[in-house]
Write a protein that binds this ligand. Sequence first.
Ligand code: AMP
Length: 311
Amino acid sequence: MSLSEGPLGGPVLIVGSVAYDSVRTPFGEATEVLGGAASYASVSASFFSPVRLVGVVGEDFKYEHVAQLAHRDIDLAGLRRAPGKTFRWGGYYEYDLNQAHTTATELNVFQDFQPDLPDEYRDTPFVFLANIDPALQLSVLDQVRLPKIVACDTMNFWIEGARDKVLEVLARCDIALMNDAEARQLSGEPNLIAAGRRILDLGPGAVVIKKGEHGSFLMSRDSYFVAPGYPLEEVRDPTGAGDTFAGGFIGYLARCGDTDDEALRRAVISGSVMASFTVEDFSLSRLFRLSPEEIAERYHEITAMTRFSGL
Ligand code: AMP
């Protein structure tokens, strides 16, 4: 597959937060920069397939950020502007970049947001429910007609605060993506393989558990696949890695059109590749200056890195 022809197949519908983030890592700081689960996932997916974004921003959302998303050909008909302030998240990381410490979550315009999908969005075949209130994820699911694949993500904030709704979302999803800490928290299992099995029992046909720099694994009832993290020597800001992974994952599936185990494996590698770029810089900066050729090159590097011969 050559990505240089631009986005094909799909399209993908993505609902989730569009945010202003304030982030500190041992390698720098960024204040009130573009972030949000849906922003990262949409920009990442847009390298593979056409994207329809559903979310809400406040009156303070800057035109330059709308323009950056539109420049990636992301369809913004489902992105509302509402009175009030854009969602804000604040956090920091210590030397263990796998662990985000949240200092602020201000839902702002997301507090009263009721997604109302434009009619043409309702038949979107690939749906990604990025991180946001699971009640909103459910509302989107109620509005789409017979999607081919629904993937979902969540995080500790919602597992703690709205567990029942998170379980309802999982029961209606084909593929669940989450990080290791969230998988343990959700399943109550310290062992990640056992956690994966428990999550499969909640409904999805496949689960992808991400372990930051240590890679990820894909598990279904009869298959297991492990993907390495791309060996980066310099990581500046891990924010958005999970969402970018998910965007690459669903974007790839939408583009190739297959959903068998082989396609899911290639989607996991596509997600890993996209996440490895995001963490090289703050906000979406690296994604905005990424080329299809760089994606293809890293995909091939990972393929070579994981090849080994028989005994
Ligand atoms: P990630 O690093 O991939 O887990 O996601 C980071 C992004 O998630 C940031 O850009 C935040 O704006 C967004 N985020 C943080 N907390 C929440 C939350 N409770 N609901 C929705 N999005 C959030």
